[in-house]
Design a protein around this ligand. Structure first.
Ligand code: ZN
Ligand code: ZN
Length: 154
């Protein structure tokens, strides 16, 4: 999937109240299995890519931040709860969650953190039976009536 280099990658939360644009391609793209990422996402891991602070522009709304430790804060949409960012307070960088990008496959993680907390069932789960959502629901996406903000600017 080609990145629109001039415009940069955009993303936002599930409800669309918070939107952002990256004016540089994310680097240091990683997966984190740590307990804080598990708790913050409600999932087994999170995936992030980082840019300099001045390379992220909030184009609609702004996240609420939770200081998850004395050294870092996590941004999320106060309306729908989508985890959006991770930032170490003393650094000039901010990471966005890859799942919040409009093109979530645009950058790929190349390293893993927090492996001491990696779910012991994760590899087996990823190798297990696979099914598309439409087949699982036995409904078309249109019939479901998604209220999720589309993967584009509105
Ligand atoms: Zn939202
Ligand atoms: Zn983590």
């Amino acid at each position: 999937m080609a990145i629109e280099a001039a415009a940069g990658l955009a993303g936002g939360c599930q409800c669309g109240a918070v939107r952002y644009r990256l004016i540089a391609e994310p680097t240091g793209v990683n997966i984190c299995h740590c307990r804080m990422c598990q708790k913050a996402s409600g999932g087994p891991l999170m995936a992030f890519g980082g840019v300099r602070l001045d390379q992220l522009v909030w184009t609609r709304g702004a996240p609420k931040n939770f200081m998850s430790s004395s050294i870092a804060e996590r941004g999320f949409c106060a309306e729908c709860g989508t985890p959006l960012t991770y930032r170490m307070l003393e650094r000039d960088r901010i990471s966005v969650t890859l799942g919040s990008l409009d093109q979530p496959a645009a950058v790929a993680p190349t390293s893993q953190l927090g492996v001491e907390s990696k779910a012991p069932w994760l590899d087996e789960a990823l190798a297990s039976t696979m099914q598309k959502i439409a087949d699982w629901l036995k409904l078309s996406e249109a019939a479901v009536g998604s209220r999720q903000h589309p993967d584009r600017e509105t």
